[in-house]
Design a protein around this ligand. Structure first.
Ligand SMILES: Cc1cc2nc3c(=O)[nH]c(=O)nc-3n(C[C@H](O)[C@H](O)[C@H](O)COP(=O)(O)OP(=O)(O)OC[C@H]3O[C@@H](n4cnc5c(N)ncnc54)[C@H](O)[C@@H]3O)c2cc1C
Length: 308
């Protein structure tokens, strides 16, 4: 980045821009080296501006939501990390013959939309009780649990494309798979629209409480982590494969395969990203040896992983 680009960014974003920002401050793993540039944007035009500067200076752009599904390299992220600020935390509700719609800013905490929908006696999001992070991140990951997935309630997506243009993608243009949403490179999601249905309040609360109980019972919520590390391979549960391969409690540096839920790796003691990644490789190798199944990561490996 030229000194002129740096100056332009600094003049535009002031205190919302930081150089060499440690990403360990912004990930649920509490792991991650510095971002060359960290910027908090407050409206779609600012996103467009960052896109333009990124293209002109050949700097890649990465959007960081709640940072709850990421393993950021110890060497950090080259380029610009964009974080959506408070103006992207609004919910707008309206009703029509199809049901109850909500337009959510992509930075809205998942918890907020779940809680409000239940308060409004709406069904469709009970499964997401306890999924941390933002709804934008939830969309990108097609977040799901206990048989539910966000893809079932999304009706459209808005954002800014890599050329800085604001766009709205209707449902017919959205393609989801298990823990995957097919979004064109460089697109920053600013809003998504969900369609929920009125339901029986007691049944909705019971479903939500059931999700909460199952999570509290099985997940190691006491240590920093990023949720399930591996996707469930077709016909299997990753956690069961890892447990029966004898990996529970296995360690690398400060990282440990949770003794409570084998598909969680926890930051038990000042783990480095390299510890977590090394432990992931150990687990993949062991599970393949024992079960002949190759595990695929669910968490996203972000940043500079080039060999030293
Ligand atoms: C304790 C715990 C439990 C969890 N349980 C579950 C679970 O039950 N089910 C489940 O599916 N996940 C679970 N997760 C994983 C994680 O919480 C979800 O995937 C969550 O939806 C990610 O949201 P985020 O805002 O943290 O996204 P991030 O981790 O910040 O980002 C995830 C991806 O989305 C992209 N992204 C984020 N926002 C935008 C945007 N506005 N525009 C474009 N791209 C964007 C990022 O670039 C990145 O590629 C869990 C995590 C933890 C720590």
């Amino acid at each position: 980045m030229t000194p002129l680009d740096r100056q332009k960014l600094q003049d535009t974003f002031g205190a919302r821009l930081r150089f060499d920002e440690p990403l360990s401050r912004h990930t649920s793993f509490r792991i991650g080296g510095p971002a060359d540039v960290w910027v908090e944007v407050q409206n779609p035009s600012e996103i467009g501006l960052v896109q333009k500067i990124g293209v002109a200076a050949s700097l890649p752009i990465f959007v960081l939501g709640g940072g709850t599904n990421l393993l950021v390299s110890d060497r950090g992220v080259r380029g610009i990390v964009v974080h959506l600020g408070r103006p992207f935390q609004q919910l707008e509700w309206w009703q029509n013959g199809n049901g109850q719609h909500v337009r959510a800013g992509a930075a809205v905490p998942f918890k907020k939309v779940v809680t409000e929908s239940i308060h409004r006696e709406l069904t469709g999001l009970e499964f997401a009780e306890g999924i941390p992070g933002s709804v934008g991140g939830g969309l990108l990951m097609n977040a799901g649990a206990f048989g539910g997935e966000i893809s079932r309630v999304v009706t459209s997506v808005e954002g800014v494309d890599a050329c800085g243009q604001q766009r709205r993608l209707p449902r017919s243009e959205l393609h989801f798979e298990y823990r995957f949403f097919d979004l064109q490179a460089g697109f920053v999601v600013t809003h998504l629209e969900l369609l929920l249905q009125p339901g029986d309040h007691a049944a909705i609360v019971a479903k939500r409480d059931d999700a909460k109980r199952r999570r509290e019972k099985h997940q190691p919520l006491g240590y920093p982590n990023a949720g399930s590390v591996f996707k469930n391979p077709p016909g299997h549960f990753a956690g069961r494969l890892i447990e029966s391969a004898g990996c529970k409690g296995q360690r690398r540096g400060g990282a440990m395969v949770s003794a409570q839920h084998a598909n969680f790796i926890v930051n038990a003691d000042n783990a480095m990203a390299a510890d977590v990644r090394g432990l992931m490789d150990d687990v993949v190798r062991r599970v393949f040896e024992i079960h002949g199944v190759t595990l695929e990561p669910e968490i996203r490996l972000v940043g500079d992983w080039s060999p030293t």
